[in-house]
Write a protein that binds this ligand. Structure first.
Ligand SMILES: [Fe+2]
Ligand SMILES: [Fe+2]
Length: 214
């Protein structure tokens, strides 16, 4: 089949569709079943339920940011040799988004109202990194995944021992994010200097502390 070049309007419509899918809580179905599927839910105390919901809301916002980052990069990056890898990673991020959303529903909770703002910021950063060059773009993915891995490990330590469902979701996400980071570096991504990573951690902290509550 012959592929026609997308016009600017086509790209704009694709982008609007992606934004709506990510932010509307009616995104694309996950390509893999949730790792929590088939596992019995446990009865949590109210403070435990609220805490787990806060953590899962943070993870959900992180996945909204991942979608925005990939969308932003897709707009400006060239990435000819690694496009397939990036597309596979983006599909896995869509799974994470759906799994977190589902778990939040099971916990009788909701996604963060701040998601549109974080989407906008991540989209802009992804587009900027992509415009600078593929090494920076891939380096940005690697440094982001490193930050995400740190907070997933932290959340896994905080989950109640009996909440198997949330544990299984976060464990699979951690495995996927580590692979995304490794692939981005192996594909030629720049290993960002520590001060840049520290600045990214400050922004990530702002995201996690706000999404936990609102
Ligand atoms: Fe993810
Ligand atoms: Fe990832």
């Amino acid at each position: 089949m012959q592929h026609r070049r997308l016009s600017f309007l086509d790209k704009l419509l694709c982008e609007a569709d992606a934004v709506l899918k990510t932010l509307s809580s009616r995104g694309e179905r996950a390509s893999r079943p949730s790792p929590a599927e088939g596992h019995r839910d446990t009865r949590l105390s109210e403070p435990e339920r609220a805490h787990v919901a806060g953590l899962m809301r943070v993870n959900h916002t992180g996945e909204v940011c991942a979608q925005a980052l990939y969308q932003g990069q897709a707009l400006t990056a060239r990435l000819p040799g690694v496009r397939e890898d990036m597309l596979q990673a983006a599909r896995e991020e869509a799974d994470h988004l759906a799994w977190c959303e589902e778990r939040l529903r099971e916990l009788n909770s909701r996604t963060s109202v701040l998601n549109p703002a974080w989407y906008g910021l991540s989209f802009a950063l992804g587009a900027l990194a992509g415009a600078i060059g593929d090494e920076v773009s891939l380096g940005f993915v690697a440094a982001t995944e490193e930050r995400v891995g740190n907070h997933l490990r932290n959340h896994l330590r905080q989950l109640p021992e009996e909440d198997r469902k949330s544990q299984l979701i976060l464990q699979q996400m951690l495995e996927d994010e580590q692979r995304h980071g490794e692939h981005a570096l192996a594909a030629g991504g720049t290993d960002f200097p520590q001060p840049v990573k520290d600045a990214m951690s400050v922004v990530a902290k702002l995201m996690t502390s706000s999404s936990y509550r609102i």
